[in-house]
Design a protein around this ligand. Structure first.
Ligand code: MLC
Ligand code: AMP
Length: 482
């Protein structure tokens, strides 16, 4: 083993070739200087004690430095663990305990954060300190089966679990997608996704670094910035909310988008009507794909060929997919096997065992159906999950926090359709006598426990929760009642 599997594929482009980053504040970087800054950042990581295999836990705003940290962590042979910037102190404390990192990176190292981390023996630093110029470290040798990242995904039983992702998991998927979607060094990607999730961090960034292309790196999805920067781009990737917001804005016309090569959507279902509306307005058939943190991307509609609205296309080359125990309409659970699939959850053999079949297929928990031409549609979920604007919220985690509030007997959390975010989080709550609860009071009570996107936006107080004869809460009924 003499190379760093991921780094030796991602950072190979001509030093002064494509521009890598171009942010609103004018930060720009070519591949040569990028390599140098990654090597300098890797040296800083080593200097604070990060060794191969160690975890680097980050909760940082989207910035070029954030991306340098990802690349430098992998170059140092360590494991990148990014966290949603919305997570509260209580949530971070859990991740510190579970990931057991050597280093915690925060935008501002407040005294409180430092105290919490130091109590656990964890070094704390800012991205600015770690990406400053200085001596360089060469990429540390790492094989394909070594870990490059751990991404936390919430669990049906409450606590988040860390999906382990190897160099091979990430590289194999990026290679397949670059080729399938025909990304080259002539592409410029409009990058408006967060970089703490699979979509923005791996799908978008790894593909562009592998292709040697350029990214316009926006801090968030700001519709004016998107309208302003699309003329200099060839491709865009987003969650469905991006496209429904663009459809609601008259600037995104056929003429304005005529130069674009491809629009990709994923992370949540794109309504067939959004697909059709975007096609009618702009002439572009959005290319929808389907994936998961644990598996990277699983299926994609074709680049050349029929991109079918309401479907997520075919399994990617090298990825095996099957539908288990199909019912009379052919609907069953989607299961996956391939170089893209996680080896399991970090320090959690029990959850790992539960998530794979005995013959080694990963159980997605999504319900799928194939059409006559082998196009997959995701028609539902076996797992109790709400996807709000592309962020996953596991009801159990929210119910546990609501149930712990004084005055609450019990609660049920579920998703309601929303034109902007696809789904929003809703809660039905049973209170002890004479209690009162609304969106504002519940939000205030949960604000230091749960990230904002997990906090219910609709609240109903009920005398009791609807249950079936087995005692199971009828969430379908709650959803139907609105
Ligand atoms: C922000 N807020 C949300 C939210 N995003 N609430 C519910 N759901 C969301 N998705 C809250 C904020 O906390 C804030 O709350 C208020 O909404 C306004 O914040 P904002 O930053 O102005 O939000 P907005 O611009 O509306 O953001 C929406 C969004 C963003 C859709 C642009 O959430 C986003 O970029 N989502 C992408 C998620 C993503 O990358 N998913 C990929 C997962 S990987 P308050 O209370 O303070 O006002 C994956 C695998 C795969 O799923 O297949 O790709
Ligand atoms: P995450 O755990 O954040 O990686 O989210 C993965 C989940 O998002 C999948 O299991 C699906 O339920 C959902 N998902 C991702 N892409 C799509 C898509 N194109 N259509 C429908 N659901 C999707």
């Amino acid at each position: 083993m003499s190379v760093n599997t991921l780094m030796s594929a991602l950072l190979t482009h001509q030093p002064d070739n494509a521009l890598f980053l171009n942010t609103p504040d004018g930060f720009a970087l070519e591949y040569g200087p990028l390599r140098k800054r990654v090597a300098q950042t890797a040296a800083h990581l080593q200097a604070v004690g990060v060794k191969p295999g160690d975890r680097v836990l980050c909760q940082i705003a989207k910035s070029p430095e954030g991306l340098l940290l990802y690349l430098a962590t992998v170059a140092a042979g360590a494991v990148f663990v990014p966290l949603n910037t919305g997570y509260t102190g209580a949530e971070i404390d859990y991740f510190l305990g579970d990931a057991d990192p050597t280093l915690l990176v925060l935008d501002e190292t407040t005294e409180a954060a430092r105290c919490v981390a130091e109590r656990r023996g964890v070094h704390v630093a800012t991205p600015i300190e770690l990406t400053a110029s200085g001596p360089e470290a060469f990429p540390v040798a790492r094989g394909g089966a070594d870990l490059a990242a751990i991404l936390y995904t919430s669990g049906t039983t409450g606590r988040s679990k860390g999906a382990m992702l190897t160099h091979d998991n990430l590289l194999s998927n990026a290679q397949v997608l670059r080729d399938l979607w025909q990304f080259t060094q002539d592409d410029s990607l409009l990058h408006a996704l967060p970089i703490f999730h699979t979509h923005g961090l791996f799908v978008a960034t790894n593909i562009m670094l592998l292709a040697g292309g350029r990214m316009v790196f926006l801090p968030s999805f700001d519709i004016d910035a998107v309208a302003g920067h699309l003329p200099e781009c060839t491709a865009m990737m987003g969650v469905p909310t991006f496209y429904t917001r663009m459809l609601g804005d008259p600037r995104f016309t056929r003429k304005a988008l005529a130069h674009m090569r491809v629009f990709v959507s994923g992370s949540a279902p794109l309504l067939a009507e959004s697909h059709a509306g975007f096609k009618a307005r702009t002439g572009h058939a959005i290319l929808e794909r389907y994936g998961m943190t644990e598996t990277n991307m699983i299926t994609s509609n074709p680049y050349d060929g029929d991109r079918r609205a309401g479907t997520v296309g075919h399994p990617l080359p090298g990825v095996e997919m099957r539908i288990t125990a199909p019912d009379a309409q052919g609907i069953g659970v989607v299961e996956v096997k391939g170089p893209n699939v996680t080896p399991g959850y970090w320090r959690n053999t029990e959850k790992t065992a539960e998530s794979f079949t005995e013959d080694g297929w990963f159980i997605t928990g999504d319900l799928g159906q194939l059409d006559a031409d082998g196009y997959l549609s995701i028609v539902g979920r076996q797992k109790d999950l709400v996807i709000s604007g592309g962020f996953n919220v596991y009801p159990k985690e929210v119910e546990v926090e609501i149930d712990a509030l004084p005055g609450v007997v019990e609660s049920a959390v579920y998703g309601l359709p929303d034109p902007d975010l696809g789904e929003v989080v809703a809660a039905a709550i049973v209170l002890k006598a004479d209690g009162a609860m609304d969106v504002a009071s519940l939000g205030a009570a949960l604000s230091d426990k749960l990230a904002r996107f997990k906090i219910p936006r609709r609240v109903r107080v009920l005398p009791e929760l609807p249950r079936n004869t087995m005692g199971k809460v009828q969430k379908a009924q709650l959803r139907a009642e609105g």
